[in-house]
Design a protein around this ligand. Sequence first.
Ligand code: VGL
Ligand code: ZN
Length: 257
Amino acid sequence: VFDRNRDGAIDREEFAFCWNHWIKVIVRPTSAFLIVDVQNDFISGTLNISKCNAQQDGSEVVEPINWLLSTVPFDCVFYSLDWHPPDHVSYIDNVHMRELHPSSPVSADKAQAYDTVVFAGPPPMKQRLWPRHCVQDTWGAELHKDLKVVEGAVMVYKGTNPEVDSYSVFWDNKKLTKTSLSTQLRERNVTDIYICGLAYDVCVGATIADALAIGYRSVLVDDASRGVELADIERTKDTIVSNNGVIVDSHQVLSMV
Ligand code: VGL
Ligand code: ZN
């Protein structure tokens, strides 16, 4: 029903008007703010995203997130943490611990961080390899020291199974196991999710894709997110928009909640 511009995005003023005068009055939305993986390793540690292709500074998300937390009356707040055991399947230095499938594009001996391999399984499993990061109970897995942690917020831990990676905060990558997020959202009757954090094109992207698939009204806060690869960030945005998600800047959130 909304007019769409050339990028397929809806007009923000039109959206804000309909939201405040019609949708909110009828639907009585309940909002959740989900802050994804704002952890030391992604900002200044072993998986420092500023050293990746997009060269984005992960610490820049802290200020807009803190502003949102102290300004916007979200009904509930969630923080996710990438939380891996030392023998996790995604670590490049663990690649020799498991057998690769013959179809793997790189052998264990040649594999480097950021390469994608195929583990033997069964079933065979594609896996991007990363530097060892966010090991449970280490400094690298802690939230950034300047990130505001609000009272009553819920922490969601993911990637705890050594055999399966977990980019989405809802599910592991094989959709074998759910985190506590779905249940906690349902308990609170959440209808709308505002998502931001690190990394835009990895865990933030996978999380909003699942949120849209489940049927939440899903909003990505663009200026409160930073990523790894520019092309993948663009792909993430395209996927969000084509699945009826909304991409906004933090200052626009105040008029939506
Ligand atoms: C992430 C790579 C590996 C993320 C987690 O939080 O985006 N990226 N593990
Ligand atoms: Zn990880």
